[in-house]
Design a protein around this ligand. Structure first.
Ligand code: URA
Ligand code: SF4
Length: 233
């Protein structure tokens, strides 16, 4: 289960990014926020969920997906035996757009370096995009209607699993079923992505990983810890 773990040091890197985000004034959204919402979850996960931007309750608490859309997201994860603690959750923009309007292109561009940095820290096997702003970042021009529920690759090689935004299902009941159907395909998509990435890893890196495993002070403990991470999936 080596491939279930994020790179060493990701927790520190993610904490530093979160600190920077909390005091960020790179775009006008900083003016209207109560709290920036950097993101949270499992620092060692290789699954990154990316929503659009904080809503009212997220702005109040500084935590992602804690409002009504977040409740549905938790239900979706539960449908495949996962919890929020199995994944890392963040947004395209980290501060709430006024009255939940769409984030502007300039705001998304200003905030992109934080998501870039979070991806470098986590090195996710799969990015689950929630809604169209997140989808656009990874697959520009893709349409959610055709792309949802299928593992795709971005032009940077990132594996992407597009989903509708949970908030959309709160307004349009038929999407609820689609969301549940799609997320049931996520565990298999994750395994496919991990397998593809393992095969693509250069032989030199694979050899170094074998050496690192040999030199690990307590490999049994490492393995036991990693087994618990994703054993139910
Ligand atoms: N909607 C989002 O896109 N993100 C959140 O964090 C909450 C609601
Ligand atoms: Fe900074 Fe992003 Fe918040 Fe804009 S939305 S102020 S770029 S953290």
């Amino acid at each position: 289960m080596d491939d279930a773990s994020g790179p060493a040091g990701s927790a520190t890197a993610l904490a530093e990014i979160a600190d920077t985000v909390r005091s960020c004034t790179r775009c006008p959204l900083s003016a209207g926020r109560s709290h920036a919402v950097p993101g949270e979850g499992n620092d060692m996960s290789d699954v990154l969920l990316v929503g659009e931007g904080p809503g009212a309750r997220e702005d109040r608490t500084g935590r992602p997906f804690v409002g009504p859309a977040g409740e549905l997201l938790s239900e979706l994860l539960a449908a495949i035996g996962w919890t929020r603690a199995d994944v890392f959750i963040t947004n395209v923009v980290k501060c709430r757009p006024p009255a939940n309007r769409d984030p502007e292109p300039e705001e998304k561009a200003a905030c992109a370096p934080y998501l870039d940095a979070q991806e470098r820290a986590l090195q996710p096997a799969v990015v689950v995009t929630l809604g169209r702003h997140s989808l656009q970042r990874y697959l520009p021009g893709a349409r959610i209607g055709g792309a949802h529920g299928q593992l795709r690759r971005s032009f940077t090689g990132q594996h992407v699993f597009p989903m509708y935004h949970p908030a959309a299902a709160l307004h349009q009941a038929s999407l609820r079923e689609t969301l549940f159907r799609d997320i049931r395909g996520l565990p298999a998509a994750l395994l496919d992505a991990r397998r593809a990435l393992a095969e693509e890893r250069p032989a030199s890196v694979q050899a170094q990983e074998a050496v690192d495993r040999e030199q690990s002070p307590d490999p049994a403990a490492d393995e036991a810890e990693q087994m618990t991470l994703f054993q139910e999936h």
